[in-house]
Write a protein that binds this ligand. Structure first.
Ligand code: 7RM
Length: 635
């Protein structure tokens, strides 16, 4: 029997039990039957959780791009691998077949080798969402260079610190990039960033916007002429299972960004397996994940997961609001998208607009719709289910992290009955546990605790680049022998998980432990509220009190702010309890957010405390200007 595809709930439980009792047999069989290897493993897994030391498929040899591309050519050479949908719909989409992808990746890999990039070298990729980005990533993997994709919306100083941390030898960028009605001077940002990056020897520049850029003699070269001169054949590097595949920086709540290091074979096996099951992928489906490739979601579910399964994956250069708020729905209609995967922040921002934008398009090709990045509130879940999925498409609320590499807790569509705001059940192979303050595992159902994982899984990060101690300390020390996610969760009466948010977001008011997410959910139910964020601030009597930052809907009703403040508090009082009443409510026009929609609460906490001295690393903020507005209007 094969474990690769879960067909029904009974089978889910069967596979799950097998994966816990005999994890080596379970993952070993999946790895053996679904991938091509140069050489098999001596051991499926070898680990010491206390030392944060984990190895999967020990001594196996493999190249992930052989699995993403080469092995599909005989059967699917002419099939579309990538649909490129440009920022401006009038430019027209591009279809890249698996054959063409092979040629383009081979050429790029040859260029990288000619330019002196070797196995183990780090390459920084700072590109907009264009085919060259996918091709550069895959070309690095082809030759064993470690890719470090930096989101092309980050500032020069964010790029500098990421390049220096892992000492990149090369940068691949473009002249510029298009986003909505703006164009961004990417090469200018790189030039500024590289003033302080001694390790960078070469810069390859793709042409996207045809803008004039400065080319530094001896360092910078246009990419296209090099590609034109390269041959479309390449022998892949033979990689050890545990050779590094990529580094991806994730902002720590304090201190400098952490370069999460992922290795080759385990990441390959679990991204492919999770993609297949969580999106119910079948041949001829068209898969669209709207994330940027600069985020882990883009790595695992725009590129590796889909390509490992021989799928057609959409790369979208634009934004949800350009040229209008129908853009996502138009793309689904145009390319007959089967699976659509986005973030709650995008769902909420589109739900705020008229339903006509979504009703205008034919979304009948959709089969599964997904959400990732933060807890999806009940209202957004229902809007997504009703208006996008038309109540026919299971909503997969997928919980995972940059550190976990692939999806860990999620419904399996058509298998696991969904429940709004619940990520539901762990994938086979994943062993979540809830822990109490005394570091004991909480058994049974209808309980709340800190979410940990008690057995290694193949796609977990192996270390923080250059700082294994920090890796151990951050994830493996709070609960000895277990991986601590940093998230809190509850387990309901049937064992479904609901992620309640980061545990550092919990506020103790008068001795009561309050999670901010349920309070925010209650506030968001008020018809005037678009979004909210709650933080604690010190209070003489209660220890902490609650401060709410609230964005109102754009309808213009509810002008009387005092009335509104009272109404919101009455609502919170009746839904959660009087203990959860907010001491201060500030109406704001936006919240400080990262690209994936995560609110930087650390900044709000500082503002609520009245400490404007040091907001820490804000390089990943999408809208830094909002910080001043909120600061200036503090109550
Ligand atoms: C994939 C990604 C990880 C953090 C994680 C959570 C939050 C992600 C969900 C979620 C509730 C979800 N990687 N998170 N997915 N919270 N429900 N379905 O987001 O490294 O950027 O962030 O995101 O707090 O720990 S990430």
């Amino acid at each position: 029997m094969s474990y690769y595809k879960i067909k029904n709930l009974e089978e889910y439980f069967k596979h799950y039990k097998k994966s816990i009792r005999e994890p080596r047999k379970f993952w070993g069989k999946i790895a053996e039957e679904n991938f091509i290897w140069y050489q098999g493993w001596d051991k499926v897994v070898d680990f010491n959780m206390g030392e944060a030391d984990v190895k999967w498929f020990v001594n196996a040899k493999v190249n992930i791009t052989k699995n993403c591309i080469d092995r599909h050519l005989a059967k699917r050479g002419d099939k579309t691998a990538i649909i490129f949908e440009p920022n401006n719909p009038n430019e027209g989409a591009l279809h890249i077949s698996y054959n063409e992808l092979y040629d383009r990746v081979a050429k790029m890999a040859n260029v990288l080798r000619e330019q002196g990039v070797k196995k183990g070298d780090r390459v920084c990729i700072y590109l907009p969402m264009i085919p060259e980005l996918a091709i550069a990533v895959l070309a690095c993997a082809r030759i064993g260079a470690i890719h470090s994709v930096v989101f092309a919306g980050f500032s020069a100083s964010a790029v500098t610190s990421r390049i220096n941390d892992c000492e990149c030898k090369m940068v691949i960028t473009s002249d510029g990039g298009f986003r909505g009605n703006k164009s961004i001077d990417l090469k200018g940002i790189i030039d500024e960033a590289l003033e302080k990056c001694p390790s960078v020897e070469k810069v390859l520049v793709a042409n996207r916007t045809n803008t004039d850029v400065n080319m530094k003699e001896g360092r910078d070269q246009w990419l296209q002429p090099l590609l034109d001169a390269a041959i479309p054949n390449n022998v892949a590097e033979i990689m050890d299972a545990e050779d590094p595949l990529f580094i991806l920086y994730t902002s720590g709540s304090t201190g400098k960004p952490k370069g999460m290091l992922h290795t080759t074979a385990g990441y390959m096996v679990q991204t492919a397996y999770s993609f297949k099951n969580i999106f119910n992928y079948e041949e001829n489906d068209v898969f669209w994940c709207t994330a940027d490739i600069g985020w882990i979601t883009g790595h695992s579910y725009i590129l590796y997961g889909p390509l490992l399964n021989g799928a057609t994956t959409v790369i979208f250069e634009g934004v949800p609001s350009y040229p209008d708020f129908g853009r996502f729905w138009e793309v689904i209609d145009k390319h007959k998208v089967s699976q659509f995967y986005t973030a709650p922040t995008a769902i909420r921002s589109l739900a705020k607009e008229s339903d006509e934008w979504v009703d205008k398009y034919d979304l009948s090709s959709l089969k599964v719709i997904g959400s990732v990045g933060e807890p999806i509130n009940e209202e957004a879940w229902h809007w997504y289910n009703d208006h996008v999925g038309k109540k026919k498409c299971p909503v997969v609320d997928t919980w995972w992290q940059t550190e976990t590499g692939s999806i860990m807790i999620s419904p399996v569509p058509f298998v696991t009955p969904t429940k709004p705001t619940y990520a539901t059940l762990p994938l086979p192979g994943i062993q979540p546990v809830l822990m109490d303050e005394k570091r004991n595992e909480i058994e049974g159902n209808q309980v709340v605790g800190s979410l940990c994982i008690k057995f290694p899984w193949p796609s977990m990060a192996r270390t923080i680049w250059g700082d294994h101690e920090r890796y151990k300390e951050t994830y493996f020390s709070a609960f000895p022998g277990k991986y601590f996610t940093g998230d809190g969760a509850l387990r309901d009466e049937v064992g479904y998980y609901r992620i309640t948010g980061r545990v550092d977001d919990v506020v103790i008011v008068s001795g009561h432990n309050l999670g901010t997410a349920p309070i925010e959910d209650a506030i968001n139910e008020h018809p005037a509220v678009a979004e909210s964020a709650i933080v604690g601030f010190p209070h003489d009597i209660k220890g902490n009190a609650l401060y709410g930052f609230i964005i109102l809907k754009e309808t213009g009703e509810y002008r009387d702010r005092d009335n509104l403040t009272r109404e919101i508090n009455e609502h919170v009082s009746s839904h959660i309890g009087p203990i959860a009443k907010l001491d201060k409510i500030q109406f704001v026009s936006g919240l400080p957010k990262t690209r994936s929609g995560k609110i930087m609460r650390r900044i709000l906490r500082k503002i609520a405390e009245g400490d404007f001295s040091n907001f820490g690393d804000t390089s990943t903020l999408l809208n830094p200007e909002i910080v001043d507005e909120i600061k200036d209007n503090k109550i």
